[in-house]
Design a protein around this ligand. Structure first.
Ligand code: MG
Length: 160
């Protein structure tokens, strides 16, 4: 067996008038992510972790934020494309673990719905998808509600 680990990080500015979408779930919020795509910070960190595990660069190289094709696109669709490559290379996801850093709303009530979106794309059962939420305790841009951030680590394996 061959194992590869990857890490991903993302941050988006929060602005009024945009939907807040995390893990493919639209959350009740006064502000959402400023982004070229739907700004799903969790999924972007997962994509970077998956690309990183195989030394394949990052989301910005793969899906440029000035490309009309990706304007407003669901980040779950981008994740689907990256997972297709992972599978074609003979790899599968062992597990992922993520931390989302956001002042509000509380995310735990939405984790099940996020996992229901992510599990079929990652082809991993929900208990292989770790989701955790933290606040920034009122400090910095995230703590002031001006931004949301996410970290993900992923482990993939192949029989090679
Ligand atoms: Mg992003």
């Amino acid at each position: 067996m061959s194992f590869k680990v990857g890490i991903g990080y993302d941050l988006h500015r929060l602005v009024p008038g945009r939907p807040l979408i995390i893990g493919g779930v639209k959350l009740p919020a006064d502000a959402g992510c400023l982004a070229h795509s739907d700004g799903d910070v969790l999924v972007h960190s997962m994509i970077d972790a998956l690309l990183g595990a195989r030394g394949e660069g990052d989301i910005g190289q793969r899906f440029p934020d000035d490309a009309p094709a990706f304007k407003g696109i669901s980040s779950l669709e981008l994740l689907r494309r990256v997972m297709k490559e992972i599978k074609e290379a003979g790899f599968r996801v062992v597990n992922t673990d993520s931390v989302i850093i956001l002042e509000k709303p509380k995310l735990a009530p939405y984790f099940e719905a996020m996992k229901a979106n992510l599990a079929p794309i990652l082809e991993a059962s929900p208990n292989r998808i770790g989701l955790k939420a933290k606040t920034a305790e009122g400090t910095g841009e995230v703590g002031s509600g001006l931004a949301v951030a996410a970290w993900t680590v992923v482990l993939v394996e192949a029989e090679i």
